[in-house]
Design a binder for this molecule. Structure first.
Ligand code: FAD
Length: 398
């Protein structure tokens, strides 16, 4: 699809929108407007090029930093705006509406899935050293937990960090790491106590790009999220100063689980934004595509299919906002967040494939937004906790 046509897509006025959740404040509405404008101006016209390049350019981070969009989960004293989970949800939903899942992943890994570790677990010196550059978009952040031999089972990770004088020496490998090739600051999980079983004995470290012994083994080629860079990383006698230990030694697993809560909420919001966008694109399409003496929209089967997809999207979205509001109010949302992560990506999967079906052969063609969105959506049911793992988390709490 040409860039002009793509722009037309994003400006389409189908009149479709879901009611604002009651928890929306004036501040959150302004944030939504700001991000939506940014996406229309700076993402939509360039996303196809980024997909071809396999990366989101650094200038975009700098622009977002300039607008204050990268520091919403960090304290004001470090350059952030100290907002909460609802802001993350609004942000991720609007990025999701860009239709470029790879862009949304690149940015939300930086803002919501990796750098919060520094704010939550870091000491003053670490916050002062790393946060201003991360918030300004001068440095891109990544989180490296998954390994070739341990994904869903985080407690099974084998990368080892051994204390040697004033340093830690890291050996191991990390798999599927978003921002792995172009990132600058990595939050790395490693086992510091090999004698400790399972979740105990894991710690977090800050590892900077260029540290001797730390390298990108390969850039991974993916099914979707093409503009998000994903890498396999290797640590071979990678020596980091003792002060790069992030948080308490041996408590890394619990820090990862804590940040997963926010990551999973954000994934729910991404799914909600992407689903709304897919429906919008499809409404445009079926109202103009003619067949059997009318438009596709004039067929009851089409209308009912879209009504069903809208209903499920509205439910997933309401659940995500409700959970974010509870989290913001300080409630324990362990079960709710797992429900969001188990439900919203599955709804998105159904929506993008239902919408692709309504695009007919056009939806199967490279270059159409719906084709890309269907590929991009798939990972949300796997990353950050696969649906089955989330259902286990829900089951434990009923
Ligand atoms: C594009 C991409 C980006 C990613 N970015 C990052 C990143 O930035 N940082 C990072 O650390 N990781 C990242 N990941 C890793 C991601 O979080 C893992 O892929 C995910 O947690 C699943 O782990 P796995 O792939 O090892 O699958 P496995 O753990 O091997 O599981 C495979 C499948 O088995 C099933 N399964 C697993 N456990 C259970 C269970 N308990 N009960 C029932 N069924 C089960 C599920 O269907 C699951 O999909 C990324 C992955 C991808 C593909």
């Amino acid at each position: 699809m040409s860039q002009q046509a793509l722009r037309a897509d994003l400006r389409s006025e189908t009149g479709f929108h879901l009611s604002d959740p009651l928890c929306m404040t004036e501040e959150l509405r302004m944030l939504r407007e700001q991000v939506r404008r940014f996406v229309e101006r700076e993402v939509a016209p360039h996303g196809e090029n980024w997909e071809a390049d396999g990366m989101v350019p650094r200038e975009i981070f700098l622009q977002m930093g300039e607008l204050g969009l990268l520091g919403m989960r960090h304290a004001e004293e470090h350059g952030g705006t100290a907002m909460g989970p609802l802001a993350s949800v609004v942000f991720a939903e609007e990025l999701g509406r860009s239709s470029f899942g790879g862009f949304t992943a690149t940015v939300t890994v930086h803002t919501d899935m990796s750098s919060p570790h520094i704010s939550i677990s870091g000491n003053e010196e670490q916050k002062r050293r790393y946060l201003p550059d991360i918030i300004a978009g001068r440095k891109v952040c990544a989180v490296a937990v998954t390994e070739p031999w341990a994904g869903s089972d985080v407690a099974g990770l084998k990368t080892r960090a051994a204390r040697d004088g004033d340093s830690w020496v890291i050996n191991g490998a990390k798999m599927f790491i978003t921002n792995g090739v172009h990132g600058d600051v990595f939050i790395v999980a490693a086992r510091t106590d090999p004698a400790a079983k399972g979740s105990r004995g894991i710690s977090l470290f800050i590892v900077e790009k260029g540290t001797p012994g730390f390298s990108v083994a390969r850039k991974l080629d993916k099914h979707g999220w093409l503009c998000s860079d994903t890498a396999e990383l290797v640590f071979q006698d990678c020596r980091v100063p003792a002060e790069n230990l992030l948080g308490q030694e041996g408590r890394g697993f619990y820090a990862i689980m804590g940040t997963f809560q926010n990551e999973r909420l954000v994934i729910g919001a991404m799914a909600s934004g992407e689903a709304q966008k897919a429906i919008e694109l499809t409404l445009d399409y079926v109202r103009s595509r003619t067949a059997f003496g009318g438009t596709l929209w004039s067929l009851q089967a089409t209308r009912q299919k879209l009504a069903e997809l809208v209903s499920k999207t509205a439910a997933a979205r309401a659940l995500t906002y409700q959970t974010a509001a509870l989290e913001e109010a300080g409630h324990d949302t362990s079960r709710d967040v797992s429900i969001v992560k188990a439900y919203a990506p599955e709804v998105l999967h159904e929506v993008v494939h239902g919408c692709l079906q309504l695009h007919g052969g056009t939806g199967y063609m490279r270059g159409t937004a719906i084709e890309r969105m269907a590929r991009d959506a798939r990972i949300l049911m796997i990353g950050g906790g696969a649906t089955e793992v989330m259902l286990e988390e829900v089951a434990k709490r009923i």
